[in-house]
Design a binder for this molecule. Structure first.
Ligand SMILES: Cc1cc2nc3c(=O)[nH]c(=O)nc-3n(C[C@H](O)[C@H](O)[C@H](O)COP(=O)(O)O)c2cc1C
Length: 216
């Protein structure tokens, strides 16, 4: 059964840009895969522990020698890994916080990006980056969208080469009252819809930014 893993990590609830766009993506995906399953993982709905020395030692202990306490330390990592392996495709909301990912997203990746992490060849990810500032070519911030190479590097290390990026930048205009949320979201929703209109793509690496926000 085709399976989509939807990851949300914004603390902003219904006012979140990334959550509204991952929801749009999941709705489109469902319409294309009516028989499919969506695993929805809200990283703000659980307390993800910071990885500590107990966790690191457990990672480096062979499975068959782990104590019950070590298995317990790795329980959430195993759950996240299982969700990644069970899904064929991911949509991942990436709020930019202090030039990096939101804290819960960083904690999430710390739990599975390890030398023993899952192999994600043949999986596809669409990252929906939401940022308050503008990062386009004329912004002067073009090289500061660090989350993009960060995501590419770490998921690339797990074997993934099918990554797409939707960049919804400049969301501060909504908070400042310069734009309505609806106007702000419209081109990004259109861009997500366009992803589903694409003919199935050729094999190989694919990296795209859309709605005039190409930071590649
Ligand atoms: C703690 C915090 C730090 C932020 N840091 C940045 C930043 O470094 N660069 C930026 O462009 N926007 C920054 N923002 C704005 C968010 O990126 C923006 O509100 C975006 O829409 C967040 O995604 P969300 O709407 O899904 O929560 C920050 C917001 C918060 C709450």
């Amino acid at each position: 059964m085709p399976t989509l893993l939807q990851i949300d990590s914004s603390p902003m609830g219904s006012a979140s840009v990334s959550r509204q766009l991952t929801r749009e993506f999941a709705a489109r995906w469902r319409s294309v895969h009516p028989e499919g399953r969506v695993i929805s993982r809200d990283l703000m709905a659980i307390a993800i522990p910071v990885v500590d020395s107990r966790w690191v030692r457990a990672q480096y202990t062979p499975k068959e020698s782990r104590t019950p306490q070590q298995n317990d330390a790795l329980r959430l990592s195993a759950e996240f890994t299982r969700e990644l392996l069970d899904a064929d495709e991911y949509v991942i909301g990436v709020p930019v916080h202090n030039w990096g990912p939101s804290a819960s997203l960083k904690l999430w990746v710390d739990h599975f990006v390890t030398p023993f992490g899952p192999k994600l060849e043949n999986k596809r990810a669409t990252f929906i980056i939401a940022a308050g500032r503008f990062y386009g070519p004329a912004s002067g911030n073009e090289s500061a969208l660090y989350v993009k190479p960060w995501l590419r590097t770490l998921f690339g290390r797990l074997g993934m080469d099918d990554m797409r990026f939707v960049v919804a930048d400049g969301s501060a205009e909504v908070i400042k009252g310069k734009k309505s949320m609806e106007t702000f979201l419209a081109p990004h929703i259109a861009a997500i819809q366009a992803l589903f209109a694409e003919p199935s793509r050729a094999e190989g690496g694919f990296d795209m930014a859309i709605a005039g926000r190409d930071h590649s």
